[in-house]
Design a protein around this ligand. Structure first.
Ligand code: DGL
Length: 265
């Protein structure tokens, strides 16, 4: 039988956080990761441009049988998930900012606290986020902050430099942060800084949330309900590609987080 793959994609490094979590959560699945670094950053493009880039990537994989796709990018989810669902026969799982668990968390805190949602500008302006906030945030306790510079820090593999620390202190962990009980990472690139932010919030009630777990759970439930989870536990394939050929450092970074063989294709 012809091999089936789950496609995971993003504009670059962000989606790797989802891919890394999927490698351990779905040990029998063949996975393809594509980082569209040639068109990075998606957050500063138009909705139409992002849709085109994502469709081009899917079309470029016509030799592979895709059984599901995870858009490991909040920006691309907001820009084109419904279009992809109409166009392709496989399930398309988007990335949703984890504002629901964050709101539930702050509501049970003794002190009254707000939620700080970090995203790209395109996600912040998107209808998807506005609709989600209306649905969940009936008391108006969520503030959304576009911190696009943080996307570039992740893309440049700057995980603990002085510049990063200064930026975070200036824009996120500043004098206003006391009013927040939760930070939601509404862009997969920011998930590279989950531990960094958690460490900075040590000793406070501030908790950091991201959407990876929810999206992977969603994917697993959909495949299980269709009886399409791979039961064959013989060696699976992990294929990785960045569309900009000068991205070998990113592959090296990925290898630090995955113990299995990966194939650059
Ligand atoms: N990682 C992406 C997201 O989750 C987009 C970053 C970018 O390319 O601007 O929104």
């Amino acid at each position: 039988m012809c091999k089936e793959y789950i496609l995971v994609m993003d504009s670059g490094m962000g989606g790797l956080t989802t891919f890394i979590d999927m490698v351990s959560a779905l040990p029998n699945e063949n996975l393809i990761f594509v980082g569209d670094t040639e068109h990075f950053p998606y957050g500063e493009k138009t909705k139409q441009q992002v849709s085109e880039y994502v469709i081009n990537i899917i079309e470029s994989l016509h030799d592979y049988k895709i059984k599901a796709m995870v858009i490991a990018c909040n920006t691309a989810t907001s820009a084109c998930a419904p279009t992809l669902r109409e166009k392709y026969p496989f399930p398309v799982i988007g990335m949703e900012p984890a504002i629901k668990p964050a709101v539930e968390y702050v509501k049970q805190l003794e002190e009254q606290k707000r939620v700080l949602l970090l995203s790209t500008s395109l996600t912040k302006q998107g209808e998807k986020l506005i609709t989600l906030m209306h649905k969940i945030d009936d008391e108006g306790i969520i503030d959304c902050l576009a911190v696009s510079r943080l996307v570039r820090f992740a893309e440049d593999l700057e995980f603990d430099t002085h510049d990063l620390t200064n930026y975070v202190k200036r824009h996120i962990m500043n004098s206003k942060v006391d009013q927040y009980g939760a930070i939601v990472l509404g862009c997969t690139h920011f998930i590279w800084f989950r531990d960094f932010l958690t460490q900075m919030a040590k000793g406070t009630s501030l908790k950091v949330f991201d959407g990876n777990e929810g999206s992977i759970r969603n994917l697993t439930n959909i495949l299980a309900s269709q009886d399409r989870l791979n039961k064959d536990n013989s060696k699976r394939e992990l294929l990785v590609r960045f569309t900009n050929p000068n991205d070998s450092q990113k592959i090296e970074e990925l290898k630090k987080h995955i113990q299995e063989d990966i194939t650059i294709f």
